[in-house]
Design a protein around this ligand. Structure first.
Ligand SMILES: CC(C)(COP(=O)(O)OP(=O)(O)OC[C@H]1O[C@@H](n2cnc3c(N)ncnc32)[C@H](O)[C@@H]1OP(=O)(O)O)[C@@H](O)C(=O)NCCC(=O)NCCS
Length: 153
């Protein structure tokens, strides 16, 4: 079945929250996805659909002169097929079209898979935000801050 790129809308909120949970991102509830799905220019949710299912999502937002990747997730059984790379590349084009200078993101230091993905797409590590993310056992984990310069139009 072919995989189609689309921009998510309000009717996708439930499916997005379900997929985020499968991706271990349980704080990404329907409410969290809402700003990106309501048609506001400053935040969007890009998705890949296979038939009626959403198999990947990326949440992008404009932040002054830059854009940011807020979250990205791929259905566990669809990983390592280049889907996240495809979606993020589209997110970067969106950022360029919004005249953003850089794309910023932060990621858990232990998330080596995601860091590998971002490095593949040309992101570089800018620094650490110490003890930024809470862990379920009460400890905390550093955030790696990454960014990529976007081509100006
Ligand atoms: C991180 C995630 C989005 C990657 O999605 P994906 O579709 O499997 O990634 P891609 O297939 O596009 O990977 C592109 C490249 O990134 C790197 N990469 C991706 N996942 C990797 C992993 N688990 N381990 C090492 N490198 C990885 C590889 O270099 C890969 O290229 P290759 O497969 O040719 O080696 C996916 O694993 C996921 O949804 N994880 C859970 C949610 C999450 O951690 N999100 C990021 C934090 S917000």
């Amino acid at each position: 079945m072919s995989v189609v790129l689309a921009q998510a809308g309000l009717s996708d909120l439930k499916a997005l929250a379900t997929l985020a949970k499968e991706c271990g991102e349980s704080r990404w509830t329907e409410e969290a996805f809402y700003p990106g799905c309501r048609g506001d220019e400053s935040e969007i949710v890009l998705v890949l659909r296979e038939g009626a299912s959403i198999i990947a999502y990326a949440v992008m937002a404009k932040e002054y002169d830059n854009c940011a990747l807020y979250n990205i997730g791929v259905s566990p059984e669809k990983r390592r097929k280049g889907l996240a790379a495809r979606l993020l590349a589209e997110g970067l084009i969106w950022g360029q079209n919004q005249a953003c200078e850089r794309c910023l993101l932060e990621v858990r230091a232990s998330n080596t898979g995601a860091i590998g993905l971002y490095e593949c797409l040309g992101f570089v590590q800018d620094g650490l935000r110490k003890r930024y993310y809470p862990n379920s056992d009460g400890s905390r984990e550093d955030a790696v801050l990454m960014s990529k310069k976007l081509e100006t139009q």
